[in-house]
Ligand binder design. Structure first.
Ligand SMILES: [Zn+2]
Ligand SMILES: [Zn+2]
Length: 349
C-alpha cells in the first residue's frame, strides 16, 4: 500500500481503498481521511503507528450492502493485520417470507442497524435471497448479543470474526473439467491441475454471473478535399454502449478451503462427463445435477440480479457492474455458516 503524504492531493483519496473522497468522509486526528463505508468496515486508522479507532463513540457500525462490502474486501490488509482485531460481523440469514414480512422482525433489524436506518432499510435486508452482513461490532461478545436480539425476533443470524471475512475474494477458474466417480478434475487456463474430492463433504452454490461492460468503438470519417483546397477534416468519434451478459455458474467449496472453484458455463472449454455423450449444454446440465446431488450443502441464489450484489461504480475497478464479487461474498458467508466459522466444525465424511 502506498501512503500519500503532503502535497495538494492529501485528503483527496481514502487511505483504505485509494478512491476519491467526496465531501462526506471520516477524518482521523492524524489527518488521514476515509469513506464512511471504509471506516465502518475496518474500524481503525490504517496509518502505521496511528491505528486510532474511527467513530469511537459507537458500539455498532452499520455495514454497506453486499456488493460494496465485497469490493472493499479487495483491500490488502497484509500491511496491518491487527486491524481486524477482535471485531466481529453479524450476518443475517435469509428468513422465510412470513418472518421477513413481520413488522417486529423489521424493527429488530432497524434497531441493530442503528440511528438513521428506518424499517424500510431493514425490510430491504430481510427480503433477499442471500445472507446480509448487518453490523460490525467491537468484540465477539457484542456480536453474540446482537445475534440474540435478532433471534428473539424469530431471525437466524450468525457472528463471524472480522478476520475471517477480511480476505480478498478469490476463485480458481477451470477451463476444462472432468467428472469422475469420486472427484471433479479441473485444469486451469495455464495448465494448472487440481481436484475436488466428491467423497468428502463439499458445498455447491448455483447462481448466474452477470456482467455489464461498456464497449467502445471508434468511428472515423475521412475528410474530403474541397474545391479551394480547404474542405472538411477527418473526424474521429467515440461511441459506447453497454453489453449485458448472464452466465450460469456453479461455485464448488471444500470444507477446508474458502476459495471456490468457479465453473462458468461459457468459460469452460471442455466439460467431460463420462456416460453423457450429449452436447455441451447437456453435459453442463448433467455436471450440475450430479454435483448438486452429491453435495453436503446445496445453495441456489435466485436473486442474482439484485442491485445489492453489485458495487457502485468506482474508478480503477474493471468490472464494477458485475455481481461476481457480491456472489463470492455470499458464498463465503454460506461457507462460514456451513463450517461454523471456518475454524471449527469441519465435517467428517
Ligand atoms: Zn474508501
Ligand atoms: Zn490516524
Amino acid at each position: 500500500m502506498t501512503i500519500r503524504i503532503g502535497s495538494a492531493t492529501q485528503g483527496a483519496t481514502c487511505v483504505y481503498c485509494h478512491d476519491a473522497l467526496g465531501k462526506v468522509g471520516v477524518s482521523c486526528p492524524c489527518g488521514a481521511r476515509y469513506h464512511e463505508d471504509c471506516a465502518a468496515v475496518f474500524g481503525a486508522c490504517a496509518i502505521p503507528g496511528c491505528g486510532r479507532p474511527l467513530a469511537a463513540d459507537l458500539e455498532r457500525w452499520a455495514l454497506p450492502r453486499l456488493g460494496t462490502l465485497a469490493q472493499l474486501l479487495r483491500v490488502d490488509l497484509e500491511v496491518n493485520p491487527a486491524l481486524a482485531g477482535s471485531s466481529a460481523v453479524v450476518c443475517l440469514h435469509t428468513p422465510p417470507r412470513a418472518v421477513a414480512n413481520d413488522p417486529r422482525a423489521a424493527q429488530a433489524v432497524a434497531n441493530v442497524l442503528g440511528p438513521g436506518h428506518a424499517a424500510f432499510d431493514a425490510r430491504l435486508r430481510l427480503n433477499t435471497d442471500f445472507p446480509e452482513p448487518l453490523v460490525r461490532t467491537a468484540s465477539r461478545l457484542a456480536a453474540d448479543q446482537v445475534v440474540g436480539e435478532l433471534q428473539r425476533a424469530g431471525l437466524v443470524a450468525q457472528a463471524v470474526g472480522l478476520a475471517d471475512l477480511l480476505k480478498p475474494l478469490e476463485t480458481r477458474d477451470p477451463r476444462e473439467v472432468e467428472l469422475l466417480p469420486t472427484q471433479l478434475s479441473c485444469v486451469g487456463a495455464d495448465g494448472e491441475r487440481w481436484a475436488h474430492y466428491l467423497d468428502e463433504p463439499y458445498l455447491v452454490m448455483g447462481a448466474s454471473v452477470f456482467h455489464v461492460s461498456r464497449k467502445h468503438d471508434r468511428r472515423y470519417s475521412t475528410g474530403h478535399q474541397g474545391d479551394r483546397g480547404g474542405g472538411a477534416r477527418s473526424t474521429r468519434s467515440l461511441h459506447s454502449h453497454e453489453v449485458y451478459s448472464r452466465d450460469p455458474a456453479v461455485f464448488v467449496y471444500s470444507s477446508r478451503d474458502p476459495v471456490p472453484s468457479l465453473l462458468q458455463r461459457e468459460r469452460l472449454r471442455t466439460i467431460h462427463v463420462p456416460g453423457s455423450a450429449g452436447n455441451r449444454a447437456e453435459n453442463w446440465l448433467t455436471l450440475v445435477k450430479r454435483l448438486e446431488r452429491g453435495a453436503a450443502h446445496n445453495v441456489t441464489i435466485r436473486g442474482a440480479n439484485s442491485p445489492a450484489l453489485r458495487a457502485p461504480s468506482r474508478p480503477g475497478y474493471p468490472s464494477d457492474k458485475s455481481n461476481l464479487l457480491g456472489l463470492l461474498l455470499v458464498g463465503r458467508l454460506h461457507w462460514l455458516q456451513w463450517t461454523q466459522g471456518g475454524a471449527r466444525g469441519l465435517k467428517q465424511g
